[in-house]
Design a protein around this ligand. Structure first.
Ligand code: URA
Length: 206
């Protein structure tokens, strides 16, 4: 993700700023409340909710999708539609559920007609994304689908070439797998997605 990040990371580091008393660090809940009023990009005009993220703030594993869809925009929670139900089953297959991981998206507001997020929307939302990941401090990240993978890893590489090996996102081991919505359209790929879930499970338990 592009650079506003570094500014945020240094602002978050203990002792940042000129005063002798370092500012208290924000909690995830406080950040979520701030994000709920966000008007940093034009998606604020068409969204119903800011879909911040859900799950255990102490989770070892953070899963990151592309952007909220219609169901998520209405409910204010990521991955609650059909793709989300499949994601729940994928997690169950390795003994996890959405309360034991943390689920979020690269951007927090639904793009009209579910189009791909635009670069300026990703850039604006990066303010929340970076702070959120800094607070979560996951041991592992799983990127769901091409758009999330290309956005977070800042690459144009295909999903096929990114899948099947570990990446490093700011020191956090990061795996790329298929988006559950794609698996609903292409169920023949579910076997490969199962292999990905096993890779995550083995590393989590290892
Ligand atoms: N697809 C995504 O990428 N994220 C969601 O939250 C829902 C569907």
């Amino acid at each position: 993700m592009p650079a506003a990040a570094d500014v945020v990371a240094s602002a978050l580091s203990p002792g940042a700023g000129a005063t002798s008393e370092p500012a208290p660090l924000k909690t995830l809940q406080e950040l979520s409340r701030e994000a709920a009023d966000c008007r940093l990009c034009t998606l604020a005009e068409t969204r119903t909710s800011v879909v911040f993220g859900v799950g255990d703030p102490q989770a070892d594993l953070v899963l990151i999708g592309e952007a909220p869809g219609r169901d998520e925009d209405l409910r204010g929670e990521p991955f609650v539609g059909r793709a989300g139900q499949l994601l729940d089953r994928m997690l169950q297959a390795i003994g996890l559920d959405r309360k034991r991981v943390y689920i979020m998206n690269t951007i927090k507001c639904r793009p009209p007609n579910n189009r791909d997020p635009k670069p300026d929307e990703v850039q604006a939302c990066n303010l929340w994304f970076e702070q959120q990941l800094n607070m979560l401090q996951p041991k592992m990240i799983c990127l769901l689908g091409r758009v999330a993978a290309q956005t977070v890893l800042e690459t144009d590489a295909s999903l096929g070439s990114l899948r099947g090996r570990w990446h490093d996102y700011r020191g956090v081991p990061t795996w790329v797998t298929y988006h559950p919505a794609y698996l609903l359209r292409s169920p023949q790929q579910k076997k490969k997605s199962w292999q990905d879930m096993l890779v995550l499970s083995n590393r989590l338990r290892g």
